[in-house]
Design a protein around this ligand. Sequence first.
Ligand code: KG4
Ligand code: ZN
Length: 333
Amino acid sequence: MKVLGIETSCDETGVAVVEDGVVRSNLLASQVDVHERFGGVVPELASRAHVEAVTPLLEEALEEAGCGFGDLDGVAVTVGPGLVGALLVGIASAKSVSLATGAPLIGVNHLEGHILANAIEHGSDLAPAVCLVVSGGHTMLVHMPEVHRYELLGQTVDDAAGEAFDKVARFLGLGFPGGPALDRLARSGDPNAIGFPRAMADSGDYDFSLSGLKTAVLRYVKTEREAGRDIDAADLAASFQEAIVDVQVSKTIDAAKDRGVQTVLLGGGVVANTRLRERMEKAGAEAGLRVWFPELALCTDNGAMIAVAGASRLSRGERTELDAAADAALELA
Ligand code: KG4
Ligand code: ZN
């Protein structure tokens, strides 16, 4: 079964062809240069950039996969959550391909795409699992008793993890998006140099809070500057990152034990973080759990994860009508 995957929920246009779980092509048109000087994603510019990128990317993705539109058995597209104008570009493209070829359309939840990206390396037998989804817009712990069934265990009460990385990185002058740059800087720093707060670490639930940490970093920098002391940016980055990772690791492992699952799945752009991967793997091994995360390029937004999630739903006989709408606040259900 050959399934096309189209992802346009934020600032990356992703188009992929996945055949029976194998990625035949997975192309990305990044908009980093479009949004960089604004220090964040500008929705209107994102929609326009998707319009320009999506058609050539579709043709290239099919060519690289060695197939034509007529060979497709399904068309998967992100229908939410995300920026509504950006989502609409992908949805309109997917509907056109579906209508022209007769291949069924399947709408995919972006967050399910992040979770099921793990199927590309580990196969479709992922459940039961506890999933940590950490991206630019979301930070949540989810129990997945079986594939496509989700129970929300907890989520951030304020900022998302990726958002915190991006804000602190911007403050440190590391550019946009700042997560990857902060990750690199932190590698030469001491994670125990500064004792930033571990918000909600002992809250007894699976919620997260990240805005206080961001404020603590800003306050620390201000105090040090006022005292005339030099700030070691690498130590600061490593200590900030450690505070985020600490809470995420402990809550995820607790949730897995609590739900009695053997598998922990990580998904979303922040899972590209070196320290999070390292610490999760170690904590998982100590707790006797399997911790799986996608390869780096499949952590951040991409079309392959949407194709895989869509293929799984199509194989269960699910279909999406051609009048499907974008849902900016779509929940995982
Ligand atoms: O999943 P994603 O590509 O887009 C959303 O669905 O939001 O996640 C993007 C987020 C950004 O905030 C980015 O800074 C963060 O993931 N990110 C990282 C790393 N790579 C990407 N954060 C920390 N360390 C990284 N290596
Ligand atoms: Zn994402």
